[in-house]
Write a protein that binds this ligand. Structure first.
Ligand code: ZN
Length: 505
């Protein structure tokens, strides 16, 4: 079967996966028409712009008769009536996503980014660097994260010079391995590994194993040297080429929410010389295990700049996104770019021109400063709170709207509630955050909203629009002009911008 030059009809091509199948086939030289019963999909514009023909509201018999190949989106493949109907019209080959993946090979370097936090920002900084260096980077263009199995695999096959993919996981064994393998990942990046409640050590080991699966697929790996859990993943995997990044020196004093870790080799407590953020820092153990030397380093770290050092090159780099966690994201991206052979100057310029990602340290000004952040687990909450406590002036208040419902249930929610003891005012938006705060002792001001009495959890979404709106109203009422309102969690990211439009006037 030949893709190039063939007339291919993609059935169900207006869906997320279907539209990517159509775009991959088009990029590989096929004459593609999308046929879909739907006439209203955000993908339609994208497909048109790519020069893909459309047959909407029907599956035209004429079109199917003339096609060399019929590709069917996964969601429709189970529809036997449809496949029978196609069979009656034509005896052309009917192919599925599996055949699209095997017929269209990955023909470029692919960087896969995984880890607990920082995947999205790292991915986008790396793309900014590659764009600066003149690389075309394929985009899935879907209005979603798109980091689970089929989407990265298709994205890697779109036209471009280098692909950068976020590889997510639901924590199922072999999931990352399969996704990285289907996507042809050649360079893997692991940003950091943490989990909500560490008492559950058996499960945490499984979680580490899941995140480490990318090592089995990638030819070379990029590790955060300051994370002992990641640093030990490299041991015994010497056939891979490994590069490390880390922070060497920091200028200011700050509350790092230090977290201790056991030595992954001999299981005694690690000795930390310094904690930068949670369990990330400079550590060693009497058994000889210690923080590896970094190839890509940050010195003189301040809230929004640092000195980047790679080999004999060094430059001061300004960040638009504050916080130690964003220094780590920039280092991970710089290390990825360095592994690809990108010039140092392009790396620096690419980091500096990065404007931020929606919902990650996203600032909206409504006369008062509001920051929206996707932080949804304890490590993520620590990172953003640490950054803002460091940034705010001594007389201003930090007001936090908590829309989170932790993936690990009440224990995770309680851990988050404890971290928030350091802020001035907590506004409880989600039902989960309300339940958690009733379980712990708090000394700061807490506002319990009426709407948080009701649970409105949907999947990972912890709060409804109504809950976010009521909480924002209280938070803005409490905030003075020098104060910071921080909204954390998926509900906040989903609804805040729209709600805040109303407060602008
Ligand atoms: Zn040890």
């Amino acid at each position: 079967m030949k893709i190039q030059g063939s007339k291919i009809v993609v059935i169900g091509g207006c869906g997320t996966v279907g539209s990517l199948m159509a775009r991959v086939l088009k990029d590989k030289g096929a004459d593609v028409t999308v046929s879909d019963l739907s006439t209203d999909s955000p993908q339609i514009e994208i497909l048109k712009n790519e020069g893909i023909k459309l047959n909407l509201g029907e599956h035209s018999e004429e079109l199917l008769k003339n096609a060399d190949i019929i590709a069917v989106a996964p969601s429709l493949l189970k529809n036997h009536k449809l496949t029978e109907k196609i069979r009656k019209i034509t005896d052309s080959d009917i192919i599925s996503i599996d055949e699209v993946l095997s017929l269209c090979k990955v023909d470029k370097p692919v960087i896969g980014v995984t880890g607990t936090n920082g995947k999205t920002t790292t991915t986008w900084i790396l793309k900014s660097i590659l764009n600066t260096a003149g690389h075309k980077v394929p985009e899935h263009m879907l209005d979603m994260q798109g980091n689970t199995e089929l989407i990265p695999s298709l994205q890697a096959r779109l036209d471009g010079k280098t692909a950068v993919l976020e590889i997510g996981t639901f924590g199922i064994p072999d999931e990352i391995k399969r996704s990285a393998s289907n996507s042809g990942v050649s360079i893997g990046i692991i940003t950091n590994i943490s989990r909500d409640h560490l008492s559950n050590s058996g499960k945490f080991t499984d979680y580490i194993k899941c995140k480490g699966e990318i090592i089995e697929i990638a030819n070379s790996m990029i590790f955060n040297a300051d994370d002992p859990i990641i640093a030990c993943l490299e041991i015994g995997k010497k056939p891979n080429k490994s590069l490390f990044y880390g922070i060497e020196h920091i200028n200011s004093d700050f509350n790092a929410y230090p977290e201790e870790r056991k030595c992954p080799i001999c299981e005694v407590d690690l000795e930390y010389n310094i904690h930068y953020l949670g369990h990330l820092g400079i550590y060693e153990c009497s058994c000889g295990f210690k923080r590896p030397d970094a190839h890509v380093k940050a010195y003189d770290v301040e809230k929004n700049f640092f000195t980047l050092v790679i080999g004999s090159k060094r430059a001061k780099v300004n960040l638009k996104n504050n916080g130690i966690h964003n220094v780590y994201n920039a280092l991970a991206a710089a290390c990825g770019a360095h592994a690809l052979g990108i010039d140092f100057e392009d790396i620096v310029q690419g980091i500096e021109s990065f404007e931020g990602v929606k919902g990650r340290f996203q600032e909206i000004n409504v006369g008062k400063r509001v920051i929206i952040d996707y932080a949804h687990n304890p490590a993520g909450v620590k990172a953003i709170i640490q950054a803002l406590l460091q940034e705010k002036s001594i007389n201003s208040k930090l007001i936090v709207v908590n829309t989170i419902s932790s993936e690990s249930g009440i224990k995770g929610d309680m851990e988050i509630a404890k971290i928030l003891k350091d802020v001035d005012i907590i506004v409880v938006a989600s039902n989960a955050s309300r339940n958690a705060i009733s379980e712990i002792e708090v000394y700061n001001q807490v506002i319990l909203t009426e709407s948080s009495k009701k649970s409105s959890k949907k999947g990972t979404l912890g709060a409804s629009k109504e809950q976010v709106e009521e909480s924002l109203k209280y938070a803005l009422k409490e905030a003075g002009k020098d104060d910071i309102v921080l909204v954390i969690g998926e509900g906040g990211v989903k609804y805040s911008a729209e709600i805040l439009e109303k407060f602008k006037n």
